[in-house]
Ligand binder design. Sequence first.
Ligand code: ADP
Ligand code: MG
Length: 695
Amino acid sequence: MQIDSPPQQQLDLEQVKGIGPARKALLAKLGIETVEDLLFLPPRRYEDRRHLKKIADLKEGEVATVVGEVTGNSIQRGRRVRMFRLRLKDETARITCLWFNQTYLKNQFEKKDRVIVTGKVRSYKGVELQFAAPEFEVLKEEDDVQDPIHMGRIVPIYPLTEGLSQKVMRTFVYRALESHLNCFSEIFPVDWIKKNNWMERKAALQQLHFPKSESEAARGRERLAYEEFLVMQLGIFMRRKETDAEAEGIVHKNKKHLTEKLLENLPFDLTQAQARVIEEIKQDMESNKPMNRLLQGDVGSGKTVIAMSAIAHALSNGTQAALMAPTEILAEQHFWGFRKWFKALGIEVGLLRSDMSKDEKSRVLRDIASGHLKCVIGTHALIQKKVQFKNLSMVVIDEQHKFGVMQRAKLRQKGWQPDLLVMTATPIPRTLALTVYGDLEVSVLDELPPGRTPITTRWITQTKLKKAYDWIKGEVAKGRQVYFLYPLVEESEKLDLKSAVTMYEELNNKVFKQERVGLIHGKLKYQEKEQAMADFKKKKLDILVSTTVIEVGIDVPNATIMLIDNAERYGLAQLHQLRGRVGRSSLKSYCVLVGKPKTEEGKVRLKTMVETQDGFKIAEEDLRLRGPGEFLGIRQHGIPSLRIGNLVSDFQLLELARKDATDLLNNEKMHFTDWYKVLNLVQNRFSQKIQLAHA
Ligand code: ADP
Ligand code: MG
């Protein structure tokens, strides 16, 4: 069955009383383009104005709201801070409000203005009560304490933008509810609403903004968040059904000669997790559905072998395979690794880079097109138009979080429904992964190869650097190798940060005179990068000074120390990846973070790094610090952004929606025809047209 897109209801904001072109433009800054956007904008919080207090009744320590008349104000200039004081009175007493360093507030108040303030009451020297930095609204003359919108009720507090006051915003929402609430009638089946005790849709919107009580507000929000999740899940599942149904994939028979030989030749045994994942992939490859699998495994868990095995499996069918990596250095490393292990299998491996010589490139392109070259490794260069495969049947994407959904799709389009394996070391909680990457199967490598010793991580400041250098000298004398990481390639006047080039000179000429120091960064020519990396691998260098070009994938097991300078500059996921360059053998490894974070969040990041090495824990913390949208790259995955639901804190609702979406599509407990309004919404939200492969 196919549902035609109904005309999308795009209610113009100017239909709402009080909104004209100027204010419409302001609202657009908040991402509000339609009446629907306005009504689905959840308040940041609420303020209980049902019980206004008299100033004389205020008690120290309580959060309270009062209305008072401005009697005066002053600015007090201290040596370090400036303080703005606003004096208010009501018929019972007087009180002062204080704000630090916000002297611009002065212009917002005039004598005799009536002001409503909410905040914590504190005591000044035990004699006088004050409000410290309270929230406030100036009430216009016509404002009455009986005002139905802003007073005597629980009022919503919205996110704002410059030029838009809380009161104006609140009025818009109020008016929009008055005039347009009827356009947002129920979309769930009535019986179902009753049975599950959901709040009805219009009531939910009303309660979201102007609730009778905090608990009603929560119920309203919950209903709307659930609706949003359900639509998201249905969209993801339907998109997947469509791809599944669309075309037959390649049945990769497993002619075992290649995979078995590959695994026999490896110098180690597979971990149980690796064996399990290889089996999961094998099942997918042997079926006639195109494989669509995400492999999550922490740094160092051994994903490369999995890719090799999958590619060998494909190649045993005489077709072609490609592996795409996000950096040239990583592509190069994979090239050497694959070449080494595939040689014994009689398979030639090719490398495609963006900066190859013309001749070299056209030769590789020709070999790819003729099908002569079976296994190709490369960077983004692989997705260029010029690259034409003869019969590409297997695509592997390493460090997939570095690519967008389009790049993934582009490489895939070079074959006829090839099997796809995407790998990432940025783990996210499994259920969340299933939800967000709902169109992918997920495999998890939850075990590290045996014999790894935990990496010891220290956080130090510049003052301890010298000591660290001395200790590093000792480690180098024992035969260990070291990475030094800096945030910039070259010195910059604007940023007070260390650069790899300067530090290379300093370390090489002054600090580590006996040791062999090398340099690598993104601006070097390809050959120079390759040389530096090869020298480090062959132990011709003791120390490699680098930028984040080595962030992902690089594997030099004898390197045991990673020193990251200006560590506060990096995000958690990035720090974890960088640290993952060491601890790749049974040798004891160390990570030294040098930094002095200015923000609380920066401190939490470094502390988390010291405390744990578990990629999943780090991911959770990262998720908490950055919020799910940013973390998961939701837009990248073609999923509409969420307005009300929060993927982390509303997790149970999300699970419920997931379950209901599954039931609905399986048509078990829910009748499809009752749900057409929801399905229309899905159609509208997901830009791609979704055909329901469902009769
Ligand atoms: P990542 O998952 O970070 O891509 P790699 O595939 O680069 O990890 O593997 C990290 C290191 O562990 C490599 O040196 C690899 O050869 C080694 N390795 C992988 N699997 C095993 C195993 N089962 N036993 C021992 N070492 C392994
Ligand atoms: Mg890797």
